[in-house]
Design a protein. Structure first.
Length: 252
């Protein structure tokens, strides 16, 4: 089944656009859809490993990794189950990759434009973001915490990046306490400690926060620095999700 598995992944990769996973299109492309390295980046695996998987080589993916890949490729539940069976795994329970946001909530996020707004899971995975948020927080998807600590763009956008990073880490620790069985939160914490010396060092501070509002200084694409207020709300039916909305401060 490894050859059929590779063919299925390749076909689904070619129909997925960079915009759909929060990546820049990068101009003209020789082939349609995502590149292999882009799927690997968003899914949290190495490019060579994912390439082996598409080539039908005898690698043994875990359910967690396949779940992440299925989320990156935007697979339906039926397609995800098919992928698991091709890999010799039994699809059991909800997808292990990024969660899905209710269409009504996603529509609300878009309707808030031009105010930047996005929805995150407890793991800080970005489940929905409107054009204003994508334009202001360039590259914030697929995960806010990883963006803040590992993406150089965050240094350009966040004027007080260290303060923001400490707050994100403290809220992530609080989320891990509230959701001790959430494997995605544990995965994000591990990746942060592996990829960021700051995160590894600051994690030992044991900081915990769960604030829902505040201000943030950000640098717009034109170079101007603005101070924005932000409010975090939890949908009544999905209190594990967070809707974050930005607006101008009184000073602005």
């Amino acid at each position: 089944m490894t050859v059929e598995l590779g063919a299925f992944l390749r076909h689904r990769r070619e129909r997925r656009s960079p915009d759909e996973v929060g990546l820049p299109s990068g101009g003209r492309r020789r082939t349609p859809g995502l590149r292999r390295e882009e799927v690997a980046l968003v899914s949290g695996v190495s490019t060579s490993w994912y390439t082996f998987l598409e080539q039908g080589r005898p690698v043994r993916p875990s359910a967690q990794v396949l779940g992440a890949i299925s989320g990156t490729l935007g697979l339906t539940d039926d397609e995800r189950d098919h992928l698991f069976r091709l890999a010799g795994l039994v699809p059991d329970g909800p997808p292990a990759g990024p969660e899905r946001v209710d269409p009504a909530l996603a529509d609300l996020v878009d309707a808030l434009d031009p105010r930047p707004a996005y929805v995150t899971a407890a793991s800080f995975d970005v489940l929905a973001a409107n054009p204003a948020a994508r334009a202001l927080f360039r590259g914030i998807t697929p995960n806010v915490a990883l963006w803040v600590f590992t993406d150089p763009t965050a240094d350009e956008v966040l004027v007080d990046r260290e303060e923001v990073a400490l707050g994100v880490l403290a809220r992530l620790r609080s989320a891990r306490t509230r959701h001790p069985d959430d494997g995605r939160i544990a995965e994000v914490v591990t990746r942060l400690q592996e990829r960021s010396a700051e995160a590894a060092r600051w994690w030992d501070r044991q900081d915990v926060r769960d604030d829902r509002s505040g201000t943030k200084r950000v640098r717009r694409p034109d170079g101007d620095v603005v101070t924005l207020t932000h409010t975090a709300l939890h949908p009544a039916e999905r209190p594990d999700l967070t809707l974050v909305v930005y607006g101008p401060s009184d000073a602005e």
